[in-house]
Ligand binder design. Structure first.
Ligand code: SAM
Length: 241
């Protein structure tokens, strides 16, 4: 999977690629991430990429020329590889695990555009962008952190990216349920004991307990997930499978 991130703050994005899962995935060749400085496509001798909004009002807006030029050049360099141009945007489709699964399955290349200030010229949205993604109903100052969230969430689903494949399968939302509680050593801490079933060695009983806890947690914390028509989850709360 190839990610191309277009930003005016390339160092901010690159910093996140120097440790942890993303660094390992890059080193293993599972993903590649190219970070592009939007100012390289500026049409201004001072490398400006923004301008005042027509109609007045506060804030600056990204001009269309640098974004169009950046995307066109990145696409030309990537040949026929299917790519989606994604605008990070609080008005976009709210990101969830289902959408992350779709992105990881359907695309080999994502071109992620990071806005700043008041946002981008509307013609970019209308004529350049394939999809708009929001990471939630709140507003950040830029699209860099949202873009990195997309990169990390997609990468976790790619084969070989995380240590044990089953970890991604049991994660919250992967089966439409929240994850069950996890415990490790010591078996007793300050008088709080780990549930006996987890120490029993009875794998069937452990699997049953985990499933029950998953359903219980989902019913308590996110009943909307159970009511959401997920075919792998029975309607109603607290049911056992
Ligand atoms: N005026 C814009 C609006 O109200 O829709 C907000 C612009 S915001 C200050 C600047 C940039 O941050 C956006 O262009 C977008 O790239 C990014 N951004 C902010 N919040 C975001 C969110 N929740 N999801 C994705 N991107 C976001």
């Amino acid at each position: 999977m190839k990610f191309e991130i277009v930003t005016i703050f390339p160092l901010m994005v690159k910093a996140a690629l120097t440790e942890g899962l993303l660094l390992r995935a890059i080193e293993k060749g599972i993903i590649s991430v190219k970070v592009h400085d939007l100012r390289d496509w500026s049409v201004d001798r001072h490398r400006k990429v923004d301008d005042l909004p027509f109609g007045g009002g506060g804030g600056m807006v990204f001009r269309p020329e640098p974004l169009f030029a950046a995307v066109e050049q990145i696409k030309a360099a990537s040949g026929a590889t299917p790519a989606a141009v994604v605008l990070m945007c609080p008005q976009g489709r709210r990101l969830d695990q289902k959408e992350i699964r779709r992105l990881s399955a359907e695309y080999e290349r994502l071109i992620l555009l990071c806005g700043r200030y008041e946002g981008i010229d509307e013609r970019v949205r209308q004529h350049l962008v394939d999809l708009e993604i929001s990471i939630g109903d709140y507003v950040l100052s830029g699209g860099e952190l949202p873009a990195l969230i997309v990169v990390e969430a997609v990468t976790r689903l790619l084969p070989g990216a995380i240590g044990r494949a089953e970890c991604a399968v049991q994660d919250s939302f992967s089966e439409g349920l929240l994850d069950y509680p996890h415990y490790t050593r010591p078996a007793e801490f300050r008088g709080w004991r780990v549930p006996e079933v987890l120490l029993s060695g009875d794998h069937e009983a452990i699997a049953r307990w985990r499933r029950e806890k998953s359903l219980e947690r989902t019913a308590q914390r996110r009943p909307d997930l159970l009511a959401g028509g997920n075919p792998s989850v029975p309607a109603g709360t607290g049911s056992k499978r």
